[in-house]
Design a protein. Structure first.
Ligand code: ADP
Ligand code: NI
Length: 217
């Protein structure tokens, strides 16, 4: 199989895998991350396009938030091996999957590659701006979380489990994570894109509290 065919097969595989997942983490999230990652690579002129596309397509397979029972690394390795992808590329893709998550960053620094930098920026960009707002409320809603709980301020998490099991409101999630992403972008292109999306979220929060507090009444 050539690379184009492998990407098409991977896309079909991911589409069917994502079919029953929550609205913020479905095929459209994957498609946006792939498109954004391609754009960043074009601007930055670095990173292997094949690895970037595979990693963008596969990055949420087995994510503990949407599918805790699947070992994503194992599933992706056996899928790519079946497609005849070389071991070196499979390794690069599974490395990106392991390192892309915001939560894992709570444990400090690790070695980086241009491909990881790009796919991580694309994934993070999809968590901010208008799309990020929509996804946060979709995800929070799917967990039964409140939109906002007055008096419950944002908090810091000591570890992955604590963050994962938090029942904090979705508005808190902006302060705990979404507003921090702008300063965590890896590439210049990612930083540029994050700027406007960040501004838009701040404007949204300003308006949200204006309405919540009855300031326009
Ligand atoms: P990552 O997979 O990069 O570690 P997450 O899985 O935490 O990041 O987030 C993926 C998406 O789910 C983002 O759009 C994020 O805003 C949303 N999300 C995660 N946790 C929450 C939460 N507690 N409330 C609302 N949205 C959330
Ligand atoms: Ni993702």
């Amino acid at each position: 199989m050539n690379r184009k065919e492998i990407l098409q097969f991977t896309e079909d595989f991911v589409r069917s895998y994502m079919a029953d997942k929550e609205a913020g983490h479905n095929w459209w999230h994957i498609k946006r991350v792939r498109d954004t990652a391609r754009y960043i690579r074009k601007q930055e002129q670095k990173g292997d396009l094949f690895v970037i596309e595979l990693a963008a397509l596969l990055h949420d397979i087995g994510d503990d938030k949407i599918d805790p029972d699947t070992n994503g690394n194992k599933l992706v390795r056996s899928f790519l091996r079946q497609e005849g992808v070389e071991d070196e590329i499979i390794h690069s893709v599974t490395e990106i999957m392991a390192k892309i998550s915001f939560r894992d960053n709570l444990h400090g620094e690790y070695s980086r590659t241009p491909e990881l930098d790009i796919v991580q920026d694309a994934d993070r960009l999809d968590a901010i701006g208008a799309i990020g707002i929509a996804r946060a409320f979709a995800y929070g809603g799917s967990k039964g979380n409140e939109i906002y709980k007055p008096g419950k301020g944002p908090r810091e998490y000591k570890n992955k489990n604590e963050y994962h099991n938090s029942d904090s409101s979705t508005i808190n999630h902006f302060y705990e994570k979404l507003l921090l992403l702008k300063d965590r972008m890896n590439t210049d292109t990612g930083k540029q894109l994050a700027h406007e999306r960040h501004r838009y979220m701040e404007e949204f929060l300003q308006q949200f509290f204006k309405e919540w507090n009855g300031e326009e009444l």
